[in-house]
Design a protein around this ligand. Structure first.
Ligand code: DGL
Length: 273
């Protein structure tokens, strides 16, 4: 059996586009509907209940648009809500935490892994559990990097201010002598160059995007949900300004996908507490 319905992908902003890009590369015939909740960005500093509310609201919106699968391309939503989302809908729900943890356990030589993410992600301990579940003999040192996402969402991936923040955040991880760093936030692959410069070539950066795309591909096959052929048709929705989203999307998706024309999406304001 085949299924031509799109895959729903979402994030608090443009960060999840790093995952969308990997999906487009690995599964070139599959169509995507992407929602970036730019109006309520950032999620990372918010209470878990609020992040859960927003994540579930967007998942509902995507299900209402008849997606065949949900890809939670936001660590902060995943650690706050993936079980709730999966319990509510009958479609497969794929996250980014387990793929990232799995890749890091494969890559490390010393067994000393670092992880950087939002406050919500670090606080949840989800990566500690996911790394432990790989069964590998590894330790994990984590650091929250609150200001990173604001820089990335503003299009800044290399300013002096950002570099100073990176030095501060990475210091304890360097002291822990890590040889592998999980980018535990979907915005961070855009900072790879700067992070690699700061960490040196002895530390391997692990992004979940590619590994997540592999999981999506495997699940589509296993559930007989893959599309029969192309061409795909992608839609990008943002709760913020569509023109700002388009500009950033070019950076996140790479030059081939530079012609994104996002649509504005109004989500009803529902109190979360
Ligand atoms: N991209 C989101 C993540 O992976 C974080 C951005 C935010 O704080 O909203 O956690």
């Amino acid at each position: 059996m085949t299924d031509a319905r799109p895959i729903g992908v979402f994030d608090s902003g443009v960060g999840g586009l790093t995952v969308a890009r990997a999906l487009m590369e690995h599964l070139p015939n599959e169509s995507l509907i992407y929602i970036g909740d730019t109006a309520r960005f950032p999620y990372g500093p918010k209470p878990v209940e609020e992040i859960r509310h927003h994540g579930m609201q967007i998942a509902d919106e995507l299900i209402g648009r008849d997606v065949k699968m949900l890809v939670v391309a936001c660590n902060s939503v995943e650690v706050s809500a993936i079980d709730h989302i999966a319990a509510r809908h009958g479609v497969p729900v794929i996250g980014v935490v387990e793929p990232g943890a799995r890749a890091s356990a494969r890559v490390t030589r010393s067994g000393r892994i670092g992880m950087i993410g939002t406050e919500a992600t670090v606080r949840s301990g989800a990566y500690d559990r996911a790394v432990a579940e790989t069964g590998a003999d590894v330790t994990l040192a984590s650091a929250a990097c609150p200001v990173f996402v604001n820089h990335v969402e503003a299009g800044d991936t290399g300013s002096d201010e950002l570099r100073r923040a990176a030095r501060r955040y990475l210091e304890p991880l360097m002291e822990a002598d890590i040889d592998t760093l999980i980018l535990g936030c979907t915005h961070y692959p855009l900072l790879s160059e700067l992070l690699q410069e700061e960490l040196g070539t002895g530390v391997v950066l692990v992004s979940s995007a590619e590994e997540t795309a592999d999981d999506v591909a495997a699940r589509l096959l296993a559930e007989e949900l893959a599309v029969a052929g192309g061409p795909p048709s992608h839609r990008f929705l943002t709760t913020g300004r569509a023109d700002t989203f388009d500009g950033l999307a070019a950076t996140f998706l790479g030059t081939e996908q530079a012609t994104v024309r996002a649509e504005h999406l109004d989500l009803p304001e529902v109190p979360w507490s």
